[in-house]
Design a protein around this ligand. Structure first.
Ligand code: FES
Length: 277
C-alpha cells in the first residue's frame, strides 16, 4: 500500500510489486497513466520526484500460487501483467513449468514483455488487439494435463469470462485463480453515521467511504482496498438510500440483506448510512 500525498490529502493505493521478491533492498511497481484517474496515477506520473520519500505498508499476497501444481498457465490482461511478472519470476526461480499469455491493446501497451521473455523464454505469447490477435480461453484451457493451474489478472469482464469458460470446460474452481483491479468508483456524495460515537462523516463524490472515514480520523480496518480481501467488511445498522456494491467479496444474499458493506469500494446513492463503527 503506497500513501500518495495528493493535493486533497493522503490517498493510500494498492499496487503489485513486480521486482524480485527476494531482493529486500528495493520494491518495484508499474503504474499505468489512467485517463480517468482519481489522482493517484496522474500524481505518480507527473508530480512524484526521484528521491522523494513515500510511505509504504508491508506487502500482502492476495493472489497466491498453488505451489504443488504440475504446470502453471499465467494470463495477463493489460496492466494486470504486474502480478503475473512476479509469479513468473518466482516460478522461474523455482524451476517450475509455466507459460505466459499476455493480452494488451497495442504494441506500446506491452510493458514488461522483455522481462517476461527473460523469465519464460519462448513460452510467452502476446495477443495484441490492434492487430486483431485475440486470446481464446477455450483453446488455451483445452486438453491440459491433470495438475495444471491457471491464473489471470485483468479487467473484470475478462476475469468473469475466464471463470465461465473454465467452469464450462470442467476445470475445478480450485485450479482457476484470478485477481482483478478495482478502484473505488466515484458517485454521489453521502453521509456516514458512526453508531458507536454518534459522529457523522461526509463522503464526497470523488472519495471512497474508507478514505473519508480515514480523513475524519476513524481507523477502519483494510487490507487490499480493492474489494477483494474482506478485511473492511462493515455492519450496516441503517441506510436510507440504495447500496452500490462494487466489491468482489460479499455474496448476493449478503448484499440483499442490506446489513453489510465494503467501504473500500462500495458506497450508497446519496442520503445517509449508519454503520457499526
Ligand atoms: S480492504 Fe479488502 S475488501 Fe475492502
Amino acid at each position: 500500500m503506497l500513501s500518495l500525498p495528493l493535493p486533497g490529502g493522503i490517498r493510500r493505493n494498492p499496487y503489485s510489486l513486480v521486482g524480485d521478491p527476494h531482493d529486500r533492498r528495493k520494491w518495484r511497481i508499474a503504474v499505468r497513466r489512467q485517463e480517468q484517474s482519481r489522482g493517484g496515477s496522474a500524481w505518480l506520473h507527473e508530480s512524484a520526484r526521484e528521491g522523494q520519500p513515500l510511505k509504504v505498508s508491508m506487502p500482502a499476497n492476495l493472489f497466491p500460487m498453488a505451489r504443488l501444481a504440475r504446470h502453471h498457465i499465467l494470463i495477463a490482461g493489460g496492466i494486470g501483467v504486474t502480478p503475473i511478472v512476479s509469479h513468473a519470476r518466482e516460478l522461474a526461480r523455482l524451476g517450475h513449468s509455466f507459460e505466459v499469455h499476455y493480452a494488451h491493446r497495442a504494441p506500446e501497451f506491452g510493458v514488461l514483455v522483455d522481462e517476461l521473455r527473460q523469465l519464460a523464454g519462448g513460452d510467452v505469447y502476446c495477443y495484441v488487439a490492434s492487430r486483431n490477435e485475440m486470446l481464446d480461453f477455450r483453446q488455451l484451457l483445452a486438453e491440459r494435463p491433470l495438475g495444471t493451474h491457471a491464473y489471470l489478472c485483468g479487467p473484470q469482464g475478462m476475469v468473469e469470462n475466464f471463470h465461465q469458460v473454465a467452469r464450462d470446460m470442467g476445470w475445478p474452481d480450485t485450479h482457476v485463480h484470478s485477481e482483478r483491479f478495482l478502484a473505488p468508483p466515484p458517485g454521489e456524495a453521502f453521509a456516514v453515521k458512526l453508531a458507536r460515537s454518534g459522529r457523522e462523516v461526509a463522503v464526497p463524490g470523488d472519495q471512497s467511504m474508507l478514505e473519508a472515514l480515514e480523513a475524519a480520523g476513524a481507523e477502519p480496518p483494510f487490507l487490499c482496498r480493492g474489494g477483494a480481501c474482506g478485511q473492511c467488511e462493515t455492519e450496516v445498522i441503517a441506510c436510507d438510500s440504495a447500496f452500490q456494491h462494487n466489491d468482489l467479496f460479499l455474496s448476493q444474499p449478503e448484499r440483499d440483506s442490506g446489513r453489510k458493506i465494503m467501504p473500500c469500494v462500495s458506497r450508497i446513492a446519496g442520503g445517509c448510512i449508519t454503520i457499526n463503527l
